[in-house]
Ligand binder design. Structure first.
Ligand SMILES: [Cu+2]
Length: 331
């Protein structure tokens, strides 16, 4: 470990970039020194008051700017005025429309920057904003708020986000994290919003084995109207595309094929997409599915339009009498 004197001399000779790196190393050695949120857990579909705690300056230098990036799904953000600091916000479009009290929000604050202080290194302060965690984003996940702290000398970038399966404690400069809990009890049954006369029940999928590139999706659809409708497509947040498939037993060999015209929903009828039969095929998974997760998607009907659905992920192999039929499906 270098001494304080050595480090400062070294920094002068190495310039700004090294200053940042060395400051990060110095800060990381103090476990409590990270930029963190006071409340580390929040419910989806509920308001969340974020308190960003700044416990020190940049290697002894006083803090003059704190900038917080707002992740997708954190909506309706409003910073709390702070004496001695000016606040600026950057707004941008959200990835999708989110329901927020009386209407839909399609854009909002994506970054808040407080400028002022200076906040001396041996003082502590809090930077506060109110927000709402969109009900449309999956619970049981951790989201990250990258924080950049600028000082009279130097800067600390708390922007590292752990890769899947990586322990956040291994990071030198982790972004502030927030664990989400689904407002509704996710699990056995998925959740849906109404799609006109089409009743959508129990969207679900299954945990995938390591490295799987596809997953199947199931749902029960009831057309309560008189006119026929048709399931024509779907999306799944974790997949590049979704196809509509059917499976048939051809002389004892289960075969799967795409239904390019989708699935007809006769007036007054119920169609169940289930293991061994018609199903959604999530193609090109961007991340494996784990039991207990809920993953958002959309079903599109010819007449009823699109409806948001949340697929509940069941354990590996659950209710899967014909799971072997999927084996040949790896591309
Ligand atoms: Cu399939």
């Amino acid at each position: 470990m270098v001494t304080h004197m050595h480090k400062r001399n070294f920094k002068r000779s190495m310039g700004f970039v090294s200053t940042v790196v060395l400051s990060l190393v110095a800060a990381a050695s103090l476990a409590k020194a990270h930029a963190v949120l006071e409340q580390r857990e929040a419910k989806t579909g509920a308001s969340y008051k974020a308190v960003v705690k700044i416990g020190h300056g940049c290697d002894g230098s006083a803090t003059t700017t704190v900038s917080v990036e707002i992740p997708e799904g954190v909506i309706g953000v409003k910073p709390m005025p702070k004496p001695g600091w000016t606040i600026s916000t950057e707004r941008a479009a959200y990835a999708r429309a989110y329901k927020h009290y009386h209407g839909d929000l399609t854009e909002g604050v994506r970054r808040i920057t407080w400028r002022g202080g200076p906040l001396p290194d041996d003082f502590y302060d809090e930077f506060v904003f109110s927000s709402f965690i969109a009900r449309e984003i999956p619970g049981d996940q951790t989201i990250y708020f990258p924080v950049t702290q600028t000082c009279e000398t130097g800067q600390l970038a708390w922007v590292e986000i752990p890769a899947a399966g990586q322990d956040a404690h291994a990071l030198k400069a982790p972004a502030a994290s927030l664990r989400l809990v689904a407002a509704k009890t996710a699990g056995a049954t998925g959740s849906t919003a109404p799609a006109g006369p089409i009743r959508v029940e129990q969207p679900w999928s299954r945990a995938t084995p390591g490295g799987a590139s596809v997953a199947a999706g199931y749902v029960k659809l009831t057309n309560t109207g008189k006119e026929p409708d048709r399931l024509t497509g779907a999306t799944f947040e974790r997949a590049k595309s979704v196809e509509i498939h059917t499976m048939t037993n051809d002389d004892g060999v289960m075969k799967m094929r795409q239904l390019p015209d989708g699935i007809e929903l006769p007036g007054g009828g119920t169609v169940e997409l289930k293991p061994g039969g018609q199903h959604l095929m999530m193609m090109g998974l961007t991340e494996g599915l784990k039991a207990g997760e809920s993953v958002n998607g959309k079903l599109t009907f010819e007449k009823a339009g699109s409806v948001d659905v949340t697929f509940a992920v069941a354990p590996l192999g659950a209710d899967a009498p014909a799971a072997s039929g999927h084996e040949h499906h790896q591309h």
